[in-house]
Structures are given as C-alpha cells and as structure tokens.
Design a protein around this ligand. Structure first.
Ligand SMILES: *Cc1c(COP(=O)(O)O)cnc(C)c1O
Length: 382
C-alpha cells in the first residue's frame, strides 16, 4: 500500500515533551521566558475584535510580517544579546551594524524554520550531487536530505568540535554541491566568526547555494546578514523559536537576496500556499515591534549561560564554551545516559543523544535563574 519513498523515511526525533509530570524543560532549547505582553495583547485583541479574519484566508505572503522582520533586523543587527537598549529603543552594537538596509523583499517566512529549511532543500539541493554536511549539526538536515533523496557527504568535526571548513569547501567543490551548516552550530554551541565565513564564501562556488542557519545567533553569535550585499548565493535561515520566545507560534524566516527569496516562494506556492496562519502573523509582527523586550531576554540567557559555565568549571564538569542558549556538558566519571536519568529523577529534562561520538554528553538548555539553580543542585548530587 505505501510508496517506495515512504519505506525510506527516517523521521527527526524531537526533544521529549512528556505529559506524565511537570518537568523543568531544559531539553529543546526553547526560551524560558514568555513572549512580550504586547504579543499577548495583540493576539487577544485580534481574536476578540477581528473574528471574521479567522474565517478568511490569511495573507499568503505575510507582507506585514516581512516588513516587521526587516525592521527588527535593521534595529538589532541580528544579535539581540549585543544590541544597545534605551527604553523601547534598540540599536545594533558597533560590530553587528548592517552596512545596508534589509528590505522586506529580502525576507521570506514560513511555518517554523523547519518548514523553511525543507523548502530550501527542495529549491537548491539536487539528488545526484552529494550534499556536504558537518558530522554533528542540526539533525534535521540529514532527515530532509533523505526525504528529498539527496545523498550526503559527511565531514568529521575537528578535535575541538569546530567545523572543518577547509574540508567542507574541498568536498563541496569536488561534488559540485552547495553547503549548509548552523552558526553557531548545534549541539556544540561553537560559532564561526563572520570573517571566517566570509573567507569560506570567497573560496566557495558562487553558483552554488551557501546556507547558514542562525537559529542561535541572537545569544552571542556573529550574523552573516552584513555579507548579503557581497554574496548573492548566501541564504540565512532564522527562527522565532529560540530568541523570540515563540516556539509554539511556529515562525521561521529567511534573509537573502530577492532572487533567492523568489525561488523559495515558488516552492511554497507549489506546496503550502498559506504556511503562516492569521494569528501567528499578528503575533510575529507584535514581537518584531518590541525588540527591547527580546534583547533583555537574550541578555539574561547569555548571562545565565556564563554563570552556569563557571559552575561547571568549578565542579569539574567538562563543557564546550557556548555562544548559544545551550551547553554541551560531560561528567568525566558518569555516562551521559546516567547523567540524563539522574537529572530527570529530580524533575528536570535535559537532552541526551545516543549517537556515537556525543553519547558521553548531555545538551542542557539555559533556563531562568530559578531553573538553573534547581539544575545545579541536581548536578551537584551526581
Ligand atoms: C531549533 C532549530 C531549528 C528549528 O526551529 P523551528 O523554527 O522551531 O522549526 C532550526 N535550526 C536549528 C539549528 C535549530 O536548533
């Protein structure tokens, strides 16, 4: 009964969302803070006062949302935790300043960056050309490669967990294929600088797509948005799920040159014309118009991460210094599986991967101060 395609599907396994007990959730890199009250008010107002809008189709092209995203990026420089907040006003830090204006035509949005990534795979990666991937990165990339029947060419990490950028470029050139990686990367939390990525772009084939997934950039990475004027093959994927406290709203977006945006829009209009519902569009616009709140949230998370890493050093845990809202952590004496189980017993969920090479580690999302205090207590007892 089922298709041959179906037999070869290997779905992504998300972080668990158990219902049996209320856990402190530090396992899916969600933001521990609620969306801004302006988002809450906008959604309530919309549902109460515009019910007919729920009876009608939403704007298929989310134009208001794209304008709001572009404006937010221009104000923040694409790194919330560095931006300078002055009351409701926000400006980018010196080093994040974008040397041109991001326009709405440079933005595409979809139902979470997972859907956006899937359309990017469809639009730019071909079966028959092996796609170059880092050994450890966002585990949805190989899933999409399988879904679209694209072979992969997996490049091992360097010893310090950083990306082997030279080897990735060599193989992409040999395979005649594009590139995709997350920056900062997951689950390592390590980031490449914009200068390093520019070096890669200079060496890479200008006729092949170069995708950088900036899901975690707002917590302390360096955004590649300032490189978009120089490189027409660069496509940046970002999400509301982490730094914009909106994983439940399912909003992800692309920033790239309009020509690339048009290709992805064509895929969307061939598959799911209305990926973002009317309520999510309203919520997304309200979030983008309140960058000061989200800057404060990102700053709190980044500070809490530094405090947590100091704790780890003091207590003899090993970790990879992170620029994201999570840390990859290992106890030299206790297995990753056991660490995960022991922390879970205390009512806290962290993420353990049984994949060879990282099975000794757990990935811990940075939560509120109270959540991290509870976590530290559980870790000290191990
Ligand atoms: C969380 C994450 C995503 C998915 O984000 P959604 O917008 O929730 O689909 C994409 N890429 C990376 C690297 C992520 O960690």
């Amino acid at each position: 009964m089922i298709s041959n395609r179906m037999k070869n599907l290997h779905p992504y396994v998300p972080g668990e969302q158990p219902k049996d007990r209320v856990y402190i959730k530090l396992n899916a890199n969600e933001n521990p803070y609620a969306p801004s009250t302006k988002v809450q008010d906008a959604v309530v107002d919309f549902v109460k006062n515009n019910p007919m809008k729920l009876a009608l189709y939403p704007d298929p092209d989310s134009l208001e949302l794209h304008a709001a995203i572009a404006e937010m990026l221009n104000k923040t420089g694409g790194v919330l935790c560095n931006a300078v907040v002055d009351g409701e006003d926000v400006k980018p830090s010196e080093k994040d300043k974008i040397p041109f204006t991001v326009t709405p035509e440079m933005v595409y949005s979809g139902n979470g960056s997972d859907e956006v990534l899937s359309f990017v795979f469809y639009a730019f990666f071909d079966s028959g050309k092996k796609l170059v991937l880092p050994e450890f990165t966002y585990s949805f990339y190989p899933v999409y490669a399988g879904f679209y029947n694209i072979e992969t060419d997996v490049v091992p990490m360097k010893k310090d967990w950083s990306l082997d950028t030279n080897e990735m470029l060599n193989r992409a050139s040999k395979n005649g294929s594009g590139l995709i990686f997350a920056n900062p990367n997951a689950p390592s939390g390590i980031g490449l600088s914009r200068a390093e990525i520019r070096e890669m772009l200079l060496k890479a084939d200008k006729d092949e797509i170069f995708v950088v997934d900036e899901a975690y950039c707002d917590f302390g990475g360096e955004s590649c948005i300032p490189l978009l004027e120089e490189f027409k093959n660069l496509l940046i994927v970002r999400t509301f799920s982490k730094s914009l406290c909106g994983a439940g709203m399912r909003l992800g977006y692309i920033v790239a040159n309009p020509e690339l945006i048009n290709y992805v829009t064509t895929v969307k209009n061939s598959l799911n014309h209305f990926p973002i519902d009317a309520v999510a569009q309203i919520a997304g616009v309200a979030a983008c118009k309140n960058p000061a709140y989200y800057c404060e949230c990102a700053k709190k998370v980044a500070e809490e991460r530094e405090t947590f890493q100091n704790f780890l050093s003091e207590k003899g845990w090993e970790y990879i210094p992170s620029r994201t809202n999570f840390v990859l952590v290992r106890n030299p004496k206790v297995s990753g599986e056991q660490v995960y189980q022991k922390i879970k017993k205390e009512g806290i969920l962290v993420r353990h991967f049984s994949t060879k090479g990282i099975e000794d580690y757990v990935r811990i999302t940075i939560g509120t101060k109270e959540q991290m205090d509870a976590l530290k207590k559980a870790m000290e007892a191990i």
